[in-house]
Write a protein that binds this ligand. Structure first.
Ligand code: SF4
Ligand code: SF4
Length: 210
């Protein structure tokens, strides 16, 4: 069966009604909950910037196609995310990462565009209701956030290509520079995230044009 794709304003059967006490996708996720710069900004608002997450073990670094990226770390003993409370709720719900907001949807990138698909079997709740994709993600302005995710995807692809071509030491230096630029250097949380992200990517692309 062909996958069905959804745009931001389409209705999709993803609404699992506040999860009803289920916390299945907050456990045993390995290193799959990758963080992006928007998540870094949100964690900073939450008072837990990425360096603090790395220090506490709530997050760790992984290598994704040659690029170093932070991800949420599952507890070694319980295999639960550090932000999952004892009553099975997300302790940072308003600022939770984009990957957590997305589930049970996935993102599809094709021809310079992005849309969404439903991971039909992944969510334990089988009586989900229909909801608009943008409402499910719950980030405003939805179009700007959508544009950011697409841009971050394209930017990562560019960097992965450059990293693959460079010498080992050059690749290591670039990786550390990217990590510092997007995850370790604080954002100004009184100002628009999307503008700051655009400035950071423009700075790096300019450096490669020189
Ligand atoms: S941040 Fe919240 S929603 Fe995401 S895995 Fe952790 S507890 Fe679950
Ligand atoms: S599996 Fe579905 S119902 Fe369970 S926590 Fe994840 S999104 Fe919610």
């Amino acid at each position: 069966m062909e996958a069905k794709f959804y745009d931001l304003n389409d209705l999709v059967r993803a609404d699992c009604h506040d999860c009803h006490g289920c916390s299945s996708c907050c456990r045993g996720m390995g290193d799959s909950i990758l963080l992006d710069p928007y998540d870094a900004y949100q964690f900073q608002i939450e008072g837990q910037p990425v360096p603090a997450l790395l220090e506490s073990g709530a997050a760790a670094l992984t290598v994704w196609e040659g690029m170093i990226l932070p991800h949420l770390q599952m507890n070694v003993t319980t295999q639960a995310c550090s932000f999952l409370s004892t009553d099975g709720r997300c302790g940072i719900h308003d600022h939770r990462p984009g990957m957590c907001r997305l589930f049970p949807l996935g993102r599809n990138f094709s021809d310079g565009k992005m849309n969404y698909f439903l991971l039909e079997q992944a969510c334990k709740n089988k009586s989900r209701s229909k909801i608009k994709v943008c409402k499910w993600l719950g980030i405003e302005p939805a179009e700007k956030y959508h544009g950011f995710v697409l841009e971050w995807h394209d930017f990562r692809r560019e960097m992965v290509h450059i990293l693959a071509e460079g010498e080992e030491e050059q690749a290591k230096q670039l990786n550390l520079y990217l990590l510092r630029t997007f995850f370790l250097t604080p954002y100004d949380t009184n100002n628009d995230f999307f503008t700051q992200f655009a400035q950071r990517t423009a700075r790096i692309r300019a450096a490669f044009r020189e």
